[in-house]
Design a binder for this molecule. Sequence first.
Ligand code: GLY
Length: 588
Amino acid sequence: MAPRLQVEQRAVIPGRIVALALLVLLVVATACGGPAPHETTLARGVVSAPESQAAEVGAAILRQGGNAVDAAVAVQFALCVTNGFGAGLGGGGFMLVHDPAAEGNSVSTLDYREKAPAAATRDMFLDEDGQVIKDMGLYTPLASGVPGTVRGMAAAWDRYGSLPWSRLLEPAVKLARDGFVLDPWTADSVKKYSDKFAALPAHLLRHVEFDDYYRGKEGAVLRLPDLADTLERIAREGADEFYRGQTAELLVQEMERDGGLITAADLNAYQAVWREPVEISYRGYRVVSMPPPSSGGIALAEFLNMAETFPPQAMHSAAQIHLFAEIAKRVFADRAEHMGDPDFHHNPMAELTDKHYAQERASEVNRHGRSDPASIRAGEFPRHGASGRETTHFSIVDDHGMAVANTTTLNTAYGSGVVVDGAGFLLNSQMDDFSAKPGVPNDSGVTGSQANEIAPGKRPLSSMTPTMVFEPTGALSLVLGSPGGPSIISTVAQVIVHVVDGHQDLEAAVDLPRFHHQWPPSPEGEDLLLVESQIEYALPQDVLAELSRLGYTIKPRKTLGDVQAVMIQDGVATGVFDRRRTGGVAYP
Ligand code: GLY
C-alpha cells in the first residue's frame, strides 16, 4: 500500500499530545460549567481531503478560528485549483452540514448540482433514428449543465460562515497565482485523458485545452493565471460575479463559440437549494445522507435497511459479497425507475427508505444462487404528479463538532474537456447523468427512466453520497463520502458496514477491499460484479473462485472509490484519506 503522505504523519504524533492536553482541559472545563446541552467540544478539528495542499488550506482556516463550513468553502476553492480534474468552478455537488448547536442534532443538506440549460430538450443526444449519439452528452459544449459550485459555496457560507468570504478564497487565489505542485496521480491521469480527448472524433470536441495547463508538469510548480484572476474576481465581488459578471460573460462567449446551450439567463437564474436529508437507523446508528437529485442517500438507506434484515456476514466472504450483490441489484433497479430531480419528479422517498419495504425486498434475495438481473424489476409505487467517475469528496470536523461532508464533481475526469477561454476553468459533463434514452446505460453504466429524462432547468440524477453516521447515543461518529459514480453508493455502504458490523477502526475500514454491483445485465446477459484488482485490495482467490462458480462475471477495476473520512471517538476526531490515490489529512 502507498504510504499516507508526510503531512499526516507530521501532524499525528504531536497532535496526539495536543489532543491529550486538550482533553484534560475539556474535562476541567466541563467540571466548571461545561458545554451547553447540544454542544460538543473536540480536542481539535481535522480536514481529510483528496489532495494534501487543499487539506492544509482547510487546517489553516480552522487555525484562524474559522468553523468547519469556513474551512469547507476554502478547501472547495483550493481543490478547484489543485484537483482541477474532479472539482472545479465549472461543476457542482452536494454538501451535508452538521451543526451540533442546532435544534434536534440536525443535519442540513445543500444541493448545488448543475441544471440543464433552458434550451435543453429530452432527445438532444439522440440521432434521427432515436439512437443515443456516443459521447455527445460527455465531450461537447452540449455536455455541460449550468455550474452550481460557486452559488453552493456562497449558500453554505451565508448560512454558517464566520470568516469573511474573501479570506476563504485567498488561499485558492494564491495557489493558482503562485503555483502548486502537481502530484504523480494527477499527472498520470492528465496523460491518460489528454490522449483520450485527442482521439475523439472531430465532430465532438473541437477545443481540447486542459492539457495545455497540465501536460508534462508532474512535480513542477504549476501556475494557472486565468483561474487566479477568476477566483480573485469572485473573492472581491461574491458569487454574483460568476453568474452575472465578467466570468458569466466569458462562459457565455465560450458557449456561443462552439454551440453550447448555457445562456446569461441560465446563469442568472441558477440557485443552490437546501433540502431535507434522508435519515435511517442502521443497527441502532443514525445514518444521514443526501436526498434527490442525488440517488446516493436513498440508495444507501435502502441498501443498509435490507442488509440489516440479515445477520452480519463474515467480511469479504463469498457469502457476504453475494448477499450484497443481491441487495444492490434491487437498489439499482429502484434507482433506475424511481429517482430523479425532486423539482420535476415525485421520488417515493418514504416508501423506498421504509423498513417494511426493505423486508419485502430482502425476502426476494436468493441466498444460495444468483437472481438473474434480467428478472429483477423495480418495486412498485403509485405515481404522483409529473413524473468517474472523477468526483471529489472531503470531510471536515471543527473543534466544536460542526462537520461538513462535501462531494463535488465535473462528472467524468476533466469534465467535457472545454476550458472557458480567459477564465481558466473546465466545464462539467453532467448532462450525461441524465437518461438520454430510457434503458440505455450512460457512461457510468446506469440506466434511467422518465424520472431522469432531460428537461430544461432540471438537475440530472447523481450517485454522490456525502454521509454522516451518529452513534446510538446521538453523538456524531463518522463523516464520509467518495467519488466513483454509482460505485460511490457501494463504497460508502461498505465502509459503514466495516465500522458498524465489523468493528473496524476507520483506517482499516477505508483500506479494506471493495466490490460493486449495479444491477443491469450486460448486453451479453452477464451478471457483472466489479472487484478491485490492485494487489493490496484484491479479494482472496478462493472467494473469487466461489463467486465465479455462483455465476458472476468478475470484472476487475484497479481500485474503487477514494474515501476521505473523519471518525470521532472519545472526543478525538481522526481523519483518514484513501491510500488508493494521493490525499492528505491536516490538523489545525
Ligand atoms: N456525476 C456522477 C454523479 O453525480 O453520480
